[in-house]
Structures are given as structure tokens and as C-alpha cells.
Design a protein around this ligand. Structure first.
Ligand SMILES: C[S@@+](CC[C@H](N)C(=O)[O-])C[C@H]1O[C@@H](n2cnc3c(N)ncnc32)[C@H](O)[C@@H]1O
Ligand code: SF4
Length: 338
């Protein structure tokens, strides 16, 4: 396969035959929590204002991806995307694109109870809310902020506003919350939320990740099976990162995103745009392509699309976490956009 020369090719392909249709857009690197597996207590050196894409620049780049490059899913993330003041306006501008992409948001849920109706009205389709524990004191220790009640209210507000299916993302850590898998699932089932566990990845700013200490997908499933009957879900997985199981005969499901122990790089359909306008072809990429500079230098949409295609063409076959030569990317999860 040869690299695309023009955007007439119309897709974000790579040399391994994968095509990216799912765009993750980070709206800010800042956050109002300090999850221990993500960032240090003191926070990080945040991007300066002029480094951030403006709302109009974000909409322009998402438009290039949707109208010229075959992107059909747009997920806003961060940092914490709800702290970006222009979020409802960005969502409504993206919802007005043709063809209209599906639009979702990954959030820690703080402020969602208040914002959910406006986001729904703007065109947001769904949310993923991160919740790692049902215990308020544990939550405060894990996130270094006492905001558990806000997250629970955010989940309820999202469901009430119709941002469904509401999904919950949970990361388990050994000796911290790894005893909560069945309880988290019970909670999700009781409220009609879809729970997905994510294996902890080496993307923390403190470089404290330890393969040996990580709670694996197998351990999570074993813990769930002490309380539930899990059967493989026969629904087509496609490029979805979560492997799903039917709980107690279904229709409720639970998912596990085993990025480390069962990598799904061969089916990856992601492309990423950071809050400062860099394209990343993988969470674990060590190189980025600068669209902000090109855009501010006057590049037209055709030129931006070509640069985006070139960035994706160089995507590696896999993340290589298990290779001895693996290098953790310079940016951490919150700065990339998880
Ligand atoms: C980086 S956050 C950004 C959006 C929002 N602040 C949130 O927490 O949902 C996106 C997701 O990445 C997850 N995450 C952060 N650091 C991680 C790590 N080292 N390994 C696995 N997942 C991680 C979080 O739990 C969250 O579900
Ligand atoms: S995981 Fe999300 S909520 Fe937690 S510190 Fe990172 S960006 Fe913030």
C-alpha cells in the first residue's frame, strides 16, 4: 500500500491497513481532580493560553476530520473537558457538521449535573464518566479531592438528560480499590449504567506505573465471577477497545479494556488531537504532528487534511508496552487526552 498523496483518498489510513474514524479531542490539559494514577498532587505545568487551540480552531480542525477524512465519531476529553467554558458552543458547532458525527464526552463528572441538559441540547449524544470507587473516603484519597457526591450527581444528571447509554470507566489499583469490582458492577446495574474497567497504563506523569503491580483483566474478571455469571457477548466488537460480557444472562453487560494484557492495536481506529493542536496517531506515540502551527500560518483545509493523513500514515503496528525498548511518551494521559 502506498501513502495517500491527496485527500481525494478521503480517509486516515496507515500502512498496516487500519483506518481511523474515531477522533479524540482534548479540550484542556487542566483538571479539577488529581487522580494518583494520572498526575501528581501539585498538578502539571499547564499549557499557556496562546498555546491552546481556540474554540473556532477546534471546530475548524474537527470539520476537516469529519468532512474530508471520514471521521464519524468525535469524543471530547482532557484533562477535564467540562472546565472548558466554550464546551457547549463547540459541541453545537460540531453537531452542525455534515455528515453529523456521533459526539461523546469523557469526564470525571464534576459539574455534569448542572451542564448535562445544555450539553444534550447542544447535540452531545453520550458520556463516559470516570468513577473508581463507591467509597467517599477512598475517592478523596484516590483523586486528592473530596468530590465523590458531585460525580454521583453527575452520573444521575447525565442519565436524566438522556446522555445515554451512560458509561462508567473504572481503573482498579492493587491495595486501593481492587476489592470493589463486584460492588461497582452492582451499582452500575442498579442505575442502568454500563461499566467498563480499564487496565492501568504507563501514562502517569510521575512514571510510577509498575507492570507487576497492575490489576489485570484476568484478575478483574475472576473477581466479578465471584458474584456474577459472565458469558462472552456475541455482539460484534469491531474497533471497540472493550471486550464485553453479558451479566447473568444479559441484557446488561460489563466491559474490560485490557490495553496492556490483551492489546487491540491491530483493530485501532483512533486519531487524537491535543489541546495545543498536535495530532497523535497513538496514545503511546513519541512523535506528534503540529496542525496548530500550520493552521495559524494560513494553511487551507486541503493542506491540513494532507498533514493529518501523513501523521496517521506513520502509526506504528502496536504500542510495544512489553518490548524492552518501550519508552513512555513525554506527555501523560491528561495532557494527551485519554
Ligand atoms: C485522562 S481522563 C480525561 C477525562 C476525564 N478527566 C476523566 O477522568 O474521565 C480519561 C480516562 O483515562 C483514565 N486514565 C487516566 N490515567 C490512566 C492510566 N494511567 N491508565 C489507565 N487509564 C487512565 C481515567 O480513569 C479516565 O477514565
Ligand atoms: S484521570 Fe481524568 S479526572 Fe483524574 S486527574 Fe486525570 S484527567 Fe483528571
Amino acid at each position: 500500500m502506498t501513502a495517500p498523496r491527496t485527500t481525494a483518498d478521503g480517509v486516515l489510513a496507515d500502512r498496516y491497513g487500519r483506518v481511523a474514524r474515531d477522533l479524540r479531542v482534548s479540550l484542556t490539559d487542566k483538571c479539577n481532580l488529581r487522580c494518583t494514577y494520572c498526575m501528581p498532587a501539585e498538578g502539571l505545568p499547564w499549557l499557556a493560553g496562546p498555546q491552546l487551540l481556540t474554540d473556532a480552531e477546534i471546530v475548524r480542525l474537527v470539520g476537516v476530520a469529519v468532512r474530508r477524512l471520514g471521521v464519524t465519531e468525535v469524543r471530547f476529553t482532557g484533562g477535564e473537558p467540562l472546565i472548558r467554558p466554550g464546551l457547549p458552543g463547540i459541541v453545537s458547532a460540531v453537531a452542525a457538521l455534515s455528515p453529523r458525527p456521533r459526539i461523546s464526552l469523557t469526564t470525571n463528572g464534576i459539574g455534569l449535573a448542572r451542564l448535562a441538559p445544555a450539553l444534550r441540547a447542544a447535540g452531545l449524544d453520550r458520556v463516559n464518566v470516570s468513577l473508581d470507587t463507591l467509597d467517599g473516603a477512598r475517592f478523596a484519597a484516590l483523586t486528592r479531592r473530596d468530590r465523590h457526591a458531585d460525580v454521583l450527581a453527575g452520573l444521575a444528571g447525565a442519565a436524566a438528560a438522556g446522555l445515554t447509554p451512560v458509561k462508567i470507566n473504572a481503573v482498579l489499583m492493587r491495595g486501593v480499590n481492587d476489592d470493589e469490582a463486584p460492588e461497582l458492577l452492582r451499582f452500575a446495574l442498579a442505575h442502568g449504567y454500563e461499566l467498563r474497567f480499564i487496565e492501568q497504563m504507563p501514562l502517569d506523569a510521575q512514571h510510577g506505573w509498575d507492570r507487576a503491580a497492575m490489576v489485570t483483566a484476568d484478575e478483574i474478571l475472576a473477581a466479578l465471577r465471584t458474584a456474577f455469571d459472565l458469558r462472552p457477548d456475541s455482539a460484534e466488537r469491531g474497533a471497540a477497545p472493550a471486550e464485553t460480557w453479558l451479566v447473568d444472562g444479559g441484557p446488561a453487560r460489563v466491559g474490560v479494556i485490557a490495553s496492556v494484557t490483551r492489546p487491540f492495536c491491530g483493530d485501532c481506529d483512533r486519531t487524537r488531537l491535543t489541546a495545543d493542536g498536535q495530532v497523535r496517531n497513538c496514545l503511546f506515540a513519541t512523535e506528534e504532528s503540529d496542525l496548530r502551527g500550520a493552521l495559524r500560518a494560513g494553511a487551507d483545509d486541503e493542506d491540513l487534511a494532507r498533514r493529518w493523513q501523513a501523521a496517521m500514515w506513520g502509526k506504528r503496528a502496536g504500542h510495544g508496552i512489553d518490548d524492552p525498548s518501550f519508552l513512555q511518551p513525554a506527555r501523560s494521559m491528561s495532557a494527551i487526552g485519554g
